[in-house]
Design a protein around this ligand. Structure first.
Ligand code: ATP
Ligand code: MG
Length: 564
């Protein structure tokens, strides 16, 4: 493995309490100067934007402090885990961090070690087999305000516990018949310390260990060992694990010879109008309410990628929410802001017409020509492209007003406007169909204004996009809005189905006609459709004969305006 800082072209760019801790540890020479982090997904769904926040921190810190970061699958619950998710997660992490220079490790590779430590705990009189039911155990553990009730099995002898745990392991009991619990403190105000469960019996075939194990470790028991074996120095997780930290430490403290990583907790990402619960995302997919995990409306990394989001814009957004000790929810417009800011600098402009209105240039001689139009006014190095121009054009219906309001600078009877990069045209005649609908504008153009320049200095305020009807490329566009119609699912009454609050307008399919240059479009490369928004070719449904473009994000923040 080469050094992360040599292969990863980004690092964490914000300072926070975690960077302070890491820098203090480095100064004090802790961990031999090493910084080792991990990203520990459970393969029970695809990664979403919340995971991106964790990836940005874990891989970003490691690159910044010359350490490394493991991708470690927390595959301790075979009931819900699938290889499809494993492969999806690996793909998404590679895309997001921009390389594949990381270890791919499995919690299940440490099952034997975890098991041996559990046996050692029993031998030390600090764990026991309890055949109380799950409900009884929950009841005995009680609430923080009152002491818990010890299980009648709490004082079993070491020998009996060793024998019973062996029996659990050997399949002598049915699933759920008994569990192994740590013997800590039934009166602790932190209920996590009230004799937590370490192992339960589950007859499942595990994707990695097959049928070898009938007992599987619980998250709290497993996680510290995973971190310890891998020599993790800073184990970073979200705030809901803060009151699990005493347990994490208690387990490791029982084995002073083992490496003891430190756990730190940061704010979980929550975004308005966005579902981030894996369980709910699975429902959306299984019930076909979205196309798949990578539906461009999904907050998954594969969905965002298909939509046209870039890893760098997502990282900037995650960094802007920073890593703090207070949970909160950010507006979706904040995520869009960082994307727009990047795409404005990087994406070539093209002209696309959504409500085509026919324009005929009546004084145009010949059949066509090409004009040079600049690719990106924000980036002079992006140069120019050649755009065909001719007597038959499409313009956007919205750019014409038969009776214009004051201050209207676009097409209107008798008005002169600039066709972007081409010529000035003047509307001479408005053609209507039998129902009175405008179906064509007959215009003249001024050949001396080529390139959109005014040789006599006359002013034309309006500039609009256009497409040569003889050369344009027709395609489908998909305009997306948020999946949720409410800011937060916390606002949905408890007796109501959250699915009633899905936004019926989250996908609008339209047709458009664009410049022929769009024939060369590739998925993942954004264009700015001038005055319309940022779009990219759909990676799944697009074909050479029938292109499909996804709207990545609107040009301006219309969202905040509409909703505030
Ligand atoms: P589950 O309920 O399945 O455990 P999870 O969202 O915790 O769901 P994991 O696969 O366990 O999913 O998460 C992997 C890592 O990503 C964890 O370290 C977790 O803390 C982090 N993570 C998950 N969701 C968020 C979020 N919304 N914001 C920040 N980090 C997150
Ligand atoms: Mg989790």
């Amino acid at each position: 493995m080469s050094k992360l800082s040599d292969v990863q072209n980004w690092k964490l760019n914000v300072d926070n309490f975690i960077t302070e801790i890491v820098e203090r540890d480095l100064q004090q020479g802790k961990n031999g100067g090493a910084v080792v982090t991990r990203f520990p997904p459970e393969p029970n769904g695809y990664l979403h934007i919340g995971h991106a926040k964790s990836l940005t921190l874990n891989f970003g810190l490691a690159a910044r402090y010359d350490g490394h970061c493991n991708l470690r699958f927390d595959d301790t619950n075979p009931a819900k885990e699938e290889m499809e998710y494993v492969n999806g997660i690996i793909n998404d992490v590679k895309w997001f961090v921009g390389h594949d220079n990381f270890n791919i490790l499995w919690a299940s590779d440490y099952f034997q070690l975890m098991y041996d430590r559990a046996v050692a705990l029993i031998q030390a009189g600090k764990a026991y087999v309890d055949d109380s039911s799950a409900e009884e155990i929950a009841k005995m553990r009680g609430a923080p305000t009152e002491p818990g009730t010890p299980s009648p099995n709490r004082d079993r002898s070491v020998e009996e516990n060793l024998r019973l745990f062996q029996d659990m392991t050997d399949g002598k009991f049915p699933d759920g018949a008994c569990v192994l619990r740590a013997k800590i403190d039934m009166n602790s105000p932190n209920t996590n310390l009230r004799d937590p469960v370490l192992y339960r019996i589950k007859r499942f075939t595990h994707h990695n260990t097959g049928d070898k194990w009938l007992v599987y470790p619980m998250y709290d028991w497993a996680h510290g060992w995973e971190d310890s074996v891998e020599g993790i120095t800073h184990s970073l997780c979200t705030l809901e694990f803060e009151n699990h930290r005493p347990l994490y430490d208690w387990f490791l403290d029982q084995f002073p010879a083992d490496h003891h990583p430190r756990q730190y907790e940061f704010n979980k990402l929550a975004i308005g109008h966005t579902v981030l619960s894996k369980r709910k995302l699975i429902e959306l997919v299984k019930e076909n309410r979205v196309d798949a995990w990578d539906d461009p409306r999904m907050p998954t990394l594969c969905g965002l990628r298909r939509r046209g989001y870039t890893p760098s814009a997502i990282r900037k957004f995650c960094e802007a929410t920073n890593y703090t000790k207070t949970d909160g929810r950010v507006d979706i417009s904040m995520m869009e802001f960082y994307l727009r800011e990047e795409l404005n600098k990087t994406s070539p402009r093209v002209m696309v017409v959504f409500n085509p209105l026919k324009v005929t240039i009546t004084n145009y001689q010949g059949s066509s020509e090409v004009v040079d139009v600049e690719n990106n006014p924000e980036d002079p190095a992006a140069g120019f492209r050649q755009v065909p121009f001719g007597p038959h054009l499409w313009v956007d219906g919205e750019d014409f007003a038969e009776t214009p309001a004051k201050g209207w600078y676009r097409l209107a009877p008798g008005a002169e406007v600039r066709l972007k990069g081409a010529y000035f045209v003047t509307v001479k005649d408005v053609v209507k169909d039998a129902s009175g609908q405008v179906i064509e504008l007959k215009c003249t153009y001024d050949p001396t204004t080529r390139g959109g320049e005014s040789p006599d200095g006359r002013k034309v305020k309006g500039t609009i996009q256009w497409v040569s009807a003889d050369h344009g490329l027709a395609f489908e566009t998909r305009l997306y809005d948020t999946l949720l119609a409410v800011e937060s699912l916390a606002d949905v009454p408890e007796d109501e189905d959250w699915r009633n609050y899905l936004n019926p307008q989250s996908l609008v399919v339209t047709q458009a006609i664009g410049e022929p240059t769009l024939k060369d479009a590739k998925p993942g490369v954004a264009y700015q459709f001038m005055r319309k928004g940022y779009f990219c070719l759909d990676s799944k449904d697009s074909t050479a004969g029938a292109p499909v473009f996804n709207r990545t994000v609107t040009l301006k923040d219309t969202w905040t305006k509409q909703n505030k």
